[in-house]
Design a protein around this ligand. Structure first.
Ligand code: PMV
Length: 303
């Protein structure tokens, strides 16, 4: 039996822009998914039935294809998933699943990071057609990274040091999936090429700017606000998300934005220190209750 762990990610800058080759910046979360895989020895696996967890039909079809794409795929057995990472809100759960699945199948340290990343990226294509590779990269490498996409190949990853600051990270339910949101930007890019391309380039430039040495927390906050403005102009925010980000501002955030594909989902506020972030936590929960929007994840991350 193999057990493998894959970590989630928090995308700080460059979402959507990364799909078109612009850089992104993010960090690995401590939250994870763990895959447990019990498969009979290769020679006796023929005719063994699969036992899957309670996945929807659609999820099961994707997971099956990902399992079949493993090297020397098992023909049957039992697969279980557990963990602390919320799924489908922008914390990279599909990338975390792919990383965990490979580690469960091959062993935790069987592959060097770059090979693990390459294989996880290949598997993630079964979840959504054109992953940029940033989620799997952020899942594999600890700490903060700048990711430079090289479509259709695997991006280049650069370890970076972000300034001392505290992030208040949260998530609400999404109103659309990553695939729908990415497709929406593709359509917008076809009908309004100049505006959308300029916006995506600027989002990439903000990612590049915060990854430069010497950036401080106020400039990360400022970049977050500008990025949020552009993401909202692309139709990726929601009224509930806007209201929660406004609450973070009203309670001391230096800046705040959505994280990941948008349409609700993950978001974060940038704070000078842990005390300030913690002071905003209760206000965020209260505002979410007033709006009847359940906060499905909330953590402070001190860098
Ligand atoms: O699925 P999410 O919310 O983690 O979004 C991934 C980020 C995108 O840039 C929107 C898509 C991608 O593959 O880079």
């Amino acid at each position: 039996m193999g057990v493998g762990r894959g970590y989630g990610k928090l995308l700080l800058f460059g979402e959507h822009a990364a799909v078109y080759g612009h850089p992104a910046v993010g960090l690995r979360l401590d939250d994870y998914l763990e895959v447990e895989l019990e498969t009979p020895a290769a020679r006796s696996s023929e005719g063994v039935q699969w036992q899957w967890p309670e996945f929807s039909e659609n999820e099961l079809a994707i997971v099956r294809r990902a399992v079949e794409a493993l090297p020397h795929p098992p023909g049957g057995g039992r697969l279980d998933v557990r963990g602390t990472l919320p799924t489908s809100v922008g914390f990279g759960s599909s990338a975390a699943f792919c990383t965990a699945l490979i580690r469960a199948h091959l062993g935790a340290d069987a592959l060097p990071p770059e090979e693990l990343w390459a294989l996880a990226h290949e598997l993630e294509h079964h979840f959504h057609g054109t992953p940029s590779g940033i989620d799997t990269g952020l899942s594999v490498y600890p700490g903060a990274s700048a990711i430079h996409p090289k479509p259709p190949g695997l991006p280049r990853r650069e370890q970076i040091t972000l300034p001392a600051m505290t992030l208040l990270v949260g998530a609400i339910q999404r109103t659309s999936s990553t695939a729908e949101l990415v497709a929406g930007i593709r359509r917008a890019r076809e009908t309004d090429a100049t505006r959308v391309e300029q916006t995506l380039a600027r989002l990439g430039e903000l990612a590049r700017a915060v990854s430069r040495p010497g950036t401080d927390a106020p400039s990360v906050g400022e970049a977050a606000d500008e990025a949020q403005h552009h993401l909202a102009a692309l139709g990726l925010s929601t009224p509930a998300l806007d209201a929660l980000l406004e609450t973070l501002h009203a309670h001391g955030a230096l800046g705040a934005k959505l994280s990941g594909a948008g349409g609700g989902g993950a978001f974060f506020g940038v704070f000078e220190n842990t005390g300030r972030a913690e002071a905003a936590e209760a206000a965020l929960r209260r505002r979410a209750e007033e709006l009847s929007v359940p906060v499905i994840y909330q953590r402070t991350l001190t860098l």
